[in-house]
Design a protein around this ligand. Structure first.
Ligand SMILES: CC(=O)N[C@H]1[C@@H](O[C@@H]2[C@H](O)[C@H](O)[C@@H](O)[C@H](O)[C@H]2O)O[C@H](CO)[C@@H](O)[C@@H]1O
Ligand SMILES: [Zn+2]
Length: 288
């Protein structure tokens, strides 16, 4: 099967529809346009999400409980905007349900991803890994980047599947990350902004995420594709309102904020890099 695929194959494992674009949209567009095969696996349909489109409020979990199906369509449109054609829902749409924020009763739903049997969920991903045999995999760190139960579970399932896949598994594994220096620049840049995501943040250590620059391994510059990233964000209208600060970054600061994405390397050999911390610019560098 893999002989029919491009030589470079990247697998991304995310928790909800919209995570793929917020954290890795520019990276996905960058590698699609560079001819790599990009496979996105999203673990839930985001059934418990907020709805920022008033006329769709009736789809909410507590109402008609149809948000998951609607976000599946948003997700398809976002992937199309990024050029990602190989996109899958772990175990098939509806197998694992959005668990809601940590500590909520929705964490106990029988199909909540947070309740998933780890090896059963990982087996679904091993099947995809054996089909695609990606050299590189991206997922979250052990805190799920910011502590959401589905993000933590996506990390666990991805890492377990890579272990179970053995030699078919990825040679390099990256976790999404945000350098502290970029967060500090963002806090400064947004200080006077009306839509300031850092308004209640006194110091950068108060944030549930942030990685010392020296622990970052890769900086992927997808600046050329940040228009695709903002188009993909707009596809997720129920989750990302038009007045979102995310658009503020894109609008005021061009692509350097939205078009650049950072990663730590947790498996594999770091390729050649540049800058004060030798950050890689290509996730496929350093492969044997
Ligand atoms: C980016 C992300 O992971 N979004 C999740 C998250 O959404 C948050 C949730 O709705 C919370 O209630 C809000 O206050 C917060 O602003 C949102 O980011 O959790 C949702 C429920 O599990 C999930 O559907 C959404 O994709
Ligand atoms: Zn999420």
């Amino acid at each position: 099967m893999t002989e029919e695929l491009p030589a470079r194959r990247l697998l991304l494992v995310h928790a909800h529809p919209d995570d793929e674009v917020i954290g890795t949209g520019a990276t996905m567009a960058h590698y699609v346009s560079a001819g790599a095969h990009v496979t996105l696996v999203t673990c839930t349909l985001g059934e418990e999400g907020e709805i920022h489109v008033p006329e769709l409020a009736g789809l909410a979990a507590a109402e008609a409980d149809q948000l998951g199906g609607y976000r599946l369509v948003e997700w398809e449109r976002a992937c199309s905007a990024l050029g990602v054609t190989d996109r899958r829902i772990l175990g098939g749409p509806g197998r694992y349900r959005d668990s809601g924020m940590m500590g909520l009763p929705t964490n106990e739903h029988p199909r909540a991803f947070w309740q998933a049997d780890l090896d059963e969920a990982a087996a679904h991903l091993v099947e995809i890994i054996r089909e695609i045999r990606p050299q590189v995999m991206i997922t979250y760190d052990e805190n799920g980047f910011y502590g959401h139960p589905d993000h933590i579970q996506a990390h666990r399932v991805a890492m377990r599947a890579a272990e179970l896949a053995g030699e078919d598994g990825p040679s390099k594994i990256y976790w999404t990350a945000m350098p502290l220096s970029v967060l500090l620049d963002g806090m400064e840049a947004f200080r006077e902004s009306e839509s300031n995501p850092f308004a209640d943040v006194e110091k950068v250590d108060d944030l549930p995420f942030g990685t010392p620059d020296e622990e970052i391994a890769a900086r992927v510059d997808g600046t050329d594709h940040y228009a695709k990233k903002t188009a993909a964000m707009r596809a997720h209208a129920t989750q990302i309102p038009d007045n979102s600060w995310l658009y503020g970054i894109a609008g005021d600061f061009g692509g350097e904020f939205m078009g650049v994405e950072y990663y730590t390397l947790v498996k594999g050999t770091r390729g050649p890099g540049s800058g004060p911390h030798g950050w890689e610019s290509d996730l496929f560098s350093g492969l044997a």
